[in-house]
Design a protein around this ligand. Sequence first.
Ligand code: SAH
Length: 495
Amino acid sequence: MLLGAGPGDPDLLTVAGQKWLRRADVVIYDRLAPPALLRLCRDDAELIYAGKVARGYTVPQEQIAALMVEKCRAGKCVVRLKGGDPLIFGRGGEEAEAMVQAGCAFRIVPGVTAGAAAGAYAGIPLTHRRDASAVAFVTGQEDPEKEISGLDWDALAKIETLVFYMAVGRLDAVARQLMQAGRAGQTPAAIIQQAATPMQRTIPAELRSIAEEAKKANVQPPAIIIIGDVAAMRKGLAWFEKLPMFGKTILVTRASRQAEGLSARLGELGAEVIVSPTVVIEPPESFESVDAAMSRLSEFDWLVLTSPNGASALTRRLAESGMDARALGGVRLAAIGPATAEVLREKFIEPDLLPETFTTDALAEALTARGVQGKRLLLVRADIASEALAENLRVAGAEVEETSIYRTGRPAALADEAIEALRTGRADWITFTSSSTVENFLALAPSDVDLSGVKLAAIGPVTAGTLRSHGLDPAVVAWPHTIDALVEAIASLGR
Ligand code: SAH
């Protein structure tokens, strides 16, 4: 199957594309296919790179087609993943022909082509009732083996909107040939580099000066060039580059499974998000004490959950032990905050208590207000957790038992991309969502990394305190202590 991966933003994959990627046995992918999409593939899928390898050597087209045929004949579900749309300057037509010749059944899943994405993300309507009734997609790089350009410049010059692919190195010739064919030198144009990604850059120019402007701005591929009156509309319609976090690089240090919500929200605000988990969540070495506590659930008045991880670990362990939500029927449940409550609700469990602010102190206060004198409380927590909660509750007269249902470990290193962003000063923000993300980040950060130019964001006072204990001052502390508020705090400072 030929599958369009879209222009770069993994969110621009189609729903059909997502379905087939999840199903594929073999995925043969290109350089321009967003790497994040490969994470959608099954763990046992065979992933084969067919882009440019060292020194510009490209896997020959016949070899790719032969590989597709071979895998197809072996009875595999083969996905040929191509950047943008497979049939727009993607040689998808040739690959489809090879499939037909070999008698392999195939289908074609279109993708968002770079030209359409560049228009949308730069705020340039490729057609417009008033200004443009026709649009042409044109390649600037004709087959290098062809001697003469096959393009009809006289015809092209008359089309209202022209969208050039692969033309960065040939802007001079493109502009000259269009003007020779009669297109006005003042025609508005725009170069959109890395469209629909946080690195997008738009360079406006008139047709006559476009090559010069591109050189000045040091434009690099991949880029789309849009020529026509519609290019001038960008001034009013540009929206993407005006997003509050556009152009900002943000490091997210959360455990990878939980980083998604935070990263997605920052990405929606235009930021480039680099996920570098500093915490790995692992099961405890033994479930003995957890199981023992769970077998005596009826003896407790309250079960207290201090993190979403604790809540998921609890529901998972119940399931592994052949139990479900009903096992918690006789005990009251306290959750520290909305994210923890959400994990419970997914399993049809409604917490009985949620403090008004989401700190362990507030949780202790809220429980105390309910009267914990002489009550038995079970704290379900991580292996490393502050003793303060249990202490406060004991002082209030509660009988407190604690069990660690998960461990927080430290990964071997930060992500390479994160280290690079820190070293080059590209990182604008680092988000910390718990004290252990702070401790582990500082332990993993290379010694030559200077954090003085980076803004730090903490989810709450405890995390902020841990930063301060290392001599680091958070630029923002979220209020309330939720992911939404953390994102809002970062965005409002950025504005
Ligand atoms: N099949 C692809 C095009 C492949 S040709 C599609 O439909 O989009 C490669 C060219 O696509 C690049 O030289 C560049 O002109 C364009 N391109 C691909 N991704 C791009 C992006 N994110 N931003 C700007 N141009 C892009």
